[in-house]
Design a protein around this ligand. Structure first.
Ligand code: GRF
Length: 198
């Protein structure tokens, strides 16, 4: 039975594009049924429409910090679409336990670090400040604790002499685009074995 996949974005949606393209390439247990953004100006919405995927916007700003109200609006959209899997892909809003708990085991996120290192923001600058020789990205199941759930996949990149945070972000993003589709393809087929890309 095909798994209905909703993807949450906040900006450019480059990870979303790779996920949708991989599902549309065929022989995939998932189908993209929604791209939802928390910003009407998210460039990823245009890309989703071009790929033929239904879109929705739930702008967080009118809720003025009332996370529960914002998340109720998110859930109302999901009640209409009935996804089986949610992929957070460059989604920049923190979700509370109230929203996450019913989706535990069905919600994935990609984080630009080798978790459990560098949960939260500014991961590339932190890796550079620490003098790390290796960095990368992680796909994990979302739990109420931030960037903390079971790891479903990781990809590694070298840290090179003179790297800036932007250099590192660009190198990691290339690996995100390899890792996330590979993990979703396996996860949608019911296979929870982690994928470790060299
Ligand atoms: C990127 O910095 C990526 O590392 C993180 O979210 C940001 C935007 O990704 N996952 P996308 O292009 O919107 O997928």
């Amino acid at each position: 039975m095909t798994k209905r996949v909703a993807i949450f974005i906040s900006g450019g949606g480059s990870n979303m594009v790779r996920l949708v393209e991989d599902m549309q390439a065929g022989n995939h247990a998932g189908e993209p049924v929604l791209v939802l953004a928390n910003d009407i100006n998210a460039d990823g919405l245009t890309k989703a429409k071009a790929l033929g995927v239904p879109t929705a916007v739930v702008d967080h700003r009118p809720f003025k910090g009332d996370r529960a109200a914002f998340e109720a609006a998110l859930q109302a959209v999901l009640d209409q679409v009935q996804p089986d899997i949610i992929c957070l892909a460059g989604f920049m809003r923190v979700l509370t336990e109230g929203f996450v708990a019913p989706w535990e085991g069905k919600m994935l996120n990609i984080h630009p670090s080798l978790l459990p290192k560098y949960k939260g923001l500014h991961t590339h600058a932190r890796a550079l400040e620490a003098g790390d020789r290796e960095h990368g990205c992680t796909v994990h199941l979302v739990t109420p604790a931030l960037d903390d759930g079971p790891i479903l996949g990781q990809a590694h990149v070298p840290v090179l002499e003179g790297d800036t945070p932007d250099d590192l972000a660009a190198r990691v993003l290339v690996q995100e685009h390899r890792l996330y589709p590979a993990v979703l393809r396996r996860f949608a087929a019911g296979d929870m074995r982690p994928i470790m890309l060299p």
